[in-house]
Structure formats: C-alpha cells, structure tokens
Design a protein around this ligand. Structure first.
Ligand SMILES: Nc1ncnc2c1ncn2[C@@H]1O[C@H](COP(=O)(O)OP(=O)(O)OP(=O)(O)O)[C@@H](O)[C@H]1O
Ligand SMILES: Nc1ccn([C@@H]2O[C@H](COP(=O)(O)O)[C@@H](O)[C@H]2O)c(=O)n1
Length: 233
C-alpha cells in the first residue's frame, strides 16, 4: 500500500456543495493540513468592501481591487478540535465576516481578476508545497495542484445546496431568504464556470461525488474509501 502520509488531495466543485466540510473532516481524519482557498478570495472581497472598491452587488472597481493587493496579508490559524481554522486578514480574525452574503455577492467578480488569481494561486502553492494537504476550491485540481494524487469534484442539486446554506446562516442568526441564497449560488456558479481565467471545470482525472443524498458522515466515509482504494498499490 502506497503511503498516504504526504499526498495532495484537491477538492473542487460548485458553491456550497460541502467542499470545505468534507476537506476539513478529511484533513482531520488523515492528520493533514486543511486549506480553504475560497476563504482567501473572500478575504480579498472583504478588503475590497472595506476599502471602497465595491460598487454594490456584483459590481467592483477592478483597478481599486488590483491596487489593494499589496496591502492584503492572509493567514490561517491553528485548527480547533473541529478542524476549523481561523482566517486572518491583516492580523484580524475575519472567519465570520467573510461568510456574509455581502461578500458572497462580489467574490466571484473579484476572483475573475487575473491579478487576484495570480496573487492567491502563488500563496496556495506555497502553502501546499510539502503535501499532506487537503485544499478545496474551484481550480485546485486543474491549476493550483494539477499533479495532485487525488482529485475530487463535488456536486449536489442547487436547491439542496441552498437549503443547507440557509440553515447554516439561520443558525448564525443571519436572516436571508432561501431565494436570495439560491440566486447567489447560481450566480457564482455561472461566473465561476464561465470566466476566462481558470474557470471551474472538472479535472479529467477527478472522481465525481454527488452528495445530494449523503449526510456529512456518509460523504466522509464514502471519500475515505476512495482515498483507501486510490492509494492501494
Ligand atoms: N452532505 C451534507 N449533508 C448536509 N449538509 C451538508 C453536507 N455537506 C455540507 N453540508 C452543509 O452545507 C453547508 C455548505 O457546506 P460547505 O461550506 O462545506 O460548502 P462549500 O462547498 O465549501 O461552500 P462554499 O463554496 O460556498 O464555500 C454547510 O452548512 C455544511 O454544514
Ligand atoms: N480556488 C478557488 C476558490 C474560490 N474561488 C472563488 O471564491 C468564491 C468563494 O469561494 P467559496 O469556496 O468560499 O465559496 C467562489 O465562488 C469563487 O468565485 C475561486 O475562484 N477559486
């Protein structure tokens, strides 16, 4: 059996389909490092909002965002017992702030900017250079780690994804309508899949997992079996 100690696991897929939940649980189980690349794009989007580069839902001042990049410093803190890693933007914990719908409403526009992608992809490659990492996002198996030993492409029905996100935000006391959330998911999927640079696509060698009918525990079990089969010599 090939050692699973230092492989790279790339998880890509649509918005809110459970990529981070899976990546976090997998990393915890395998004692790997979990990196949520989407959180990094969300940090740039949050910084853009805080510094006047956002012009309303789905609208940004591109030059303003690009000029901000040298001022943006993103770090991940140590994982807690659940595997959650605090996200630090210029030293401040923004783990909660980056999940707000206001950020989600411009993040795909921010992520479509070439300079933003170059800025973050370089950092993601550095963070994962030693392997033993589970990174989730949109271009991990295609661009960030095209040689990852295991690539997963996660999907679930849009209505199910929206409902899950709705419940998550509701539990945090954030009141958004289900329709608004569904619209945001569809919008992000469309922008992410059609942008010119590094669009969301399934890597040729990715294994597809539709978790519409799976619980979080079931999806982890299912993927752990894939990991075992995949790494068996
Ligand atoms: N298999 C599942 N069954 C039920 N709920 C799930 C499942 N997987 C994830 N969830 C829940 O769905 C929500 C979205 O999951 P998560 O944040 O992991 O998705 P994501 O793909 O990383 O999202 P995004 O791309 O928007 O960051 C969370 O509330 C999570 O707890
Ligand atoms: N590798 C990635 C990761 C994310 N994005 C963009 O960021 C948005 C937010 O990501 P979440 O995973 O937190 O939902 C996402 O909609 C993409 O626009 C990306 O481009 N590449």
């Amino acid at each position: 059996m090939q050692s699973t100690q230092h492989i790279t696991i790339a998880i890509d897929g649509f918005s809110s389909c459970g990529k981070s939940t899976l990546a976090k649980a997998l990393a915890k189980k395998m004692n790997y490092t979990f990196i949520d690349s989407g959180a990094m794009y969300r940090c740039v989007a949050l910084y853009a909002i805080q510094n006047g580069c956002a012009l309303g839902a789905h609208k940004i001042n591109l030059t303003c965002v690009v000029n901000s990049l040298p001022q943006i410093h993103i770090q991940f803190g140590e994982a807690d017992e659940l595997g959650n890693r605090p996200v630090l933007l210029n030293g401040e914990d923004v783990s909660h702030a980056i999940r707000q719908l206001e950020v989600a409403n411009i993040v795909s526009e921010v992520a479509a900017i070439r300079e933003v992608r170059e800025f973050l992809v370089e950092q993601q490659q550095e963070l994962g250079k030693n392997g033993g990492v589970v990174m989730d996002g949109r271009d991990i198996g295609t661009v960030v780690f095209p040689h990852a030993e295991l690539k997963l492409f996660i999907t679930a029905k849009p209505e199910i994804r929206a409902q899950r996100r709705f419940l998550e935000l509701q539990a945090k006391g954030e009141i958004n309508s289900l329709g608004e959330i569904l619209e945001n998911l569809k919008h992000r999927d469309r922008i992410d899949s059609t942008r010119a640079i590094s669009p969301l696509t399934q890597a040729k060698d990715a294994l597809v997992v539709d978790n519409s009918e799976m619980s979080e525990t079931e999806q982890l079990e299912y993927v752990m079996n894939l990991v075992k089969n995949h790494t068996r010599a």
